[in-house]
Ligand binder design. Structure first.
Ligand SMILES: Cc1cc2nc3c(=O)[nH]c(=O)nc-3n(C[C@H](O)[C@H](O)[C@H](O)COP(=O)(O)O)c2cc1C
Length: 191
């Protein structure tokens, strides 16, 4: 038996209840609640993804953003299959990912709430010449071309090829908005 098989057998069918103290339960099936409560403890930067829908702008708050590749320059994030944005996202050729600053918590909340209201305040955004909505006052945003859409579990992994980087070099370096344990935070530098 290969090492890989031995490992997977341990996880799949172990009935060993004599785990050392402190490790009890580590071979239990992982429930959705248990998974979610662990993920709450993982800190993330807050982004908003926007794109031009067929008849209206579309966008949502996302903390699943990740840098994926430098050559070619690729990023990724996940969108829930249940999201009201998913059909527009599947149809889109391009999108913008905004890295929010700590001054933009109100936008993070707006883009995670009622989808019909997200773009209702016309003073908060404008439209790029390429058609995507862009949110004012965002320290850094990336325009990406759609590169891959991979349905995985109850989400779709979206991979974007970065074609434009907007960096607010004239302004002071804004602290990023962070999300951890169900709340928004700003970072504190340790040295
Ligand atoms: C902090 C935070 C992070 C989120 N991250 C994601 C994400 O990465 N992917 C996603 O599909 N939805 C994410 N959501 C949920 C969406 O922003 C949105 O609320 C959800 O898709 C419901 O939108 P809908 O009513 O348009 O379907 C996040 C919400 C919050 C508050």
């Amino acid at each position: 038996m290969s090492t890989d098989n031995a490992v997977s057998t341990d996880h799949a069918v172990s009935t060993d209840h004599a785990a050392p103290t402190g490790l009890a339960g580590t071979t239990d099936p992982i429930t959705a609640d248990r998974y979610r409560s662990a993920m709450r403890r993982y800190p993330a930067g807050v982004t908003i993804v926007t794109l031009a829908g067929a008849d209206r702008p579309v966008g949502f708050t996302a903390t699943s953003f990740a840098s994926l590749s430098a050559q070619p320059p690729l990023i990724s994030f996940n969108i829930a299959e249940t999201s009201s944005s998913i059909d527009a996202l599947r149809a889109a050729d391009s999108l913008v990912v905004h890295f929010l600053g700590e001054h933009q918590q109100h936008l993070a909340q707006r883009f995670a709430a009622d989808a019909d209201q997200r773009f209702a305040d016309r003073s908060l955004w404008s439209t790029l010449e390429t058609g995507e909505p862009v949110l004012h006052g965002t320290p850094i945003w990336l325009r990406t071309r759609m590169y891959r859409l991979l349905p995985i579990g109850d989400h779709t992994l979206v991979i974007g090829l970065v074609t434009r980087v907007h960096d607010d070099v004239d302004g002071p370096v804004a602290a990023p908005l962070l999300y951890h344990d169900g709340a928004y935070h700003k970072p504190i530098r340790l040295h």
